[in-house]
Ligand binder design. Structure first.
Ligand SMILES: NC(=O)c1ccc[n+]([C@@H]2O[C@H](COP(=O)([O-])OP(=O)(O)OC[C@H]3O[C@@H](n4cnc5c(N)ncnc54)[C@H](O)[C@@H]3O)[C@@H](O)[C@H]2O)c1
Length: 310
């Protein structure tokens, strides 16, 4: 029997990439699946299509599983409530949400238009709010619910050209943490995942030189969408019932547990800080603990005391 036997799972963005693998693997593990996907382009400019979600639902049914498709947008609360109703009407319940729906509109911040900002925040942060808000009361009432939300190292570490995306993804990490805290007494769990996988999203990043083209060939076979998907399915299962409030990463066969910000150093001055003492005392005392602007390899973080970035 699969780890999701008896469960009903909503997978958003389930028509492509990591979401598609989540839907297929969840179904193989016994879940009945609502496969949602707008079926749009990477930048979220078009109306979308019902094709990708239905193709994945059909693939599940053809393999003997149970699935229905939905091609609405996670940005629309009414539509998201419709996904929940669809789960209830089709399968009589809902126990978990995996939410990888996403778009990219990369620009340097000084060239970023309001539309680039709004669209990315809308799909990632507002979309995550919508799917969680539309399901949380049901999960609390039945004292059974698990979320796997999708964050990114572009937010938790930072990445040039992705201010909109990084802000949304860091917001999702904060939202996830608080849903986990508030849900603890009601058996509602929430974790988030910063995946790395070769999908159409990563393929859209321009190749700069021959070396990066070669690196891509290797990445395509080693860093696949099924790896973060398998982890996501494991985390929404009852076998992970004690796991909540965490930020994980999956890159190939590396599983990463991320740190979460806590104070590194506190300096007190009972008589009060002046501009001079801030500059002359506080900053020099803290300086050796500052994080640099470098991105470190995600698989090998240094111990916090020696960290220069993370
Ligand atoms: N691939 C990576 O290396 C990587 C790295 C960091 C984070 N992520 C995150 O993982 C998640 C999955 O990424 P992916 O690489 O599989 O991307 P993908 O582009 O292959 O799949 C994303 C899917 O979301 C769907 N979608 C977009 N807007 C939607 C909306 N409004 N409503 C419903 N569906 C919508 C798209 O149609 C698409 O099928 C995303 O949240 C992404 O930000 C991916």
């Amino acid at each position: 029997m699969g780890v999701l036997a008896g469960k009903v799972v909503l997978v958003t963005g389930g028509g492509n990439g990591i979401g598609r693998e989540c839907a297929l693997i969840a179904a193989r593990e016994g879940a009945r699946v609502v496969v949602n996907d707008l079926g749009g382009g990477i930048g979220g400019d078009d109306e979308g299509s019902a094709g990708p979600a239905e193709a994945v639902a059909e693939e599940i049914r053809a393999a003997g599983g149970e699935a229905v498709s939905n091609s609405e947008s996670v940005t629309n609360m009414r539509a998201v409530k419709g996904m929940v109703e669809q789960a209830m009407d089709s399968f009589g319940g809902l126990h978990a949400v995996i939410n990888p729906a996403g778009i990219l509109r990369d620009r340097m911040f000084h060239k970023m238009g309001e539309d680039d900002w709004d669209k990315v925040i809308d799909v990632h942060l507002r979309g995550t709010f919508n799917v969680c808000r539309a399901t949380i009361e049901h999960f609390r009432d039945q004292q059974d619910g698990a979320y796997m939300l999708f964050t990114s190292t572009s937010g938790i570490i930072g990445n040039i050209g992705q201010a909109n995306y990084g802000a949304a993804k860091m917001g999702i990490a904060g939202l996830s943490r608080i849903i986990a805290m508030e849900g603890a007494a009601k058996n509602v769990r929430c974790n988030c995942l910063a995946p790395v996988a070769w999908t159409r999203m990563t393929q859209s990043v321009p190749v700069r030189d021959e070396a990066s083209a070669k690196r891509r060939e290797t990445i395509a076979t080693l860093i696949r969408a099924d790896q973060p998907a398998r982890f996501s399915v494991a985390m929404i299962s009852d076998r992970a019932k004690d796991v909540t409030g965490q930020i994980f990463g999956v890159s190939g066969e590396n599983i990463i547990l991320y740190s979460q910000p806590r104070p590194l150093e506190t300096l007190a001055k009972p008589e009060g800080w002046t501009i001079e003492t801030v500059l002359d005392e506080a900053i020099p005392k803290m300086k050796d603990k500052f994080y640099s602007l470098e991105r470190l390899p995600v698989s090998a973080p240094p111990p916090p005391a020696a960290a220069s970035a993370s």
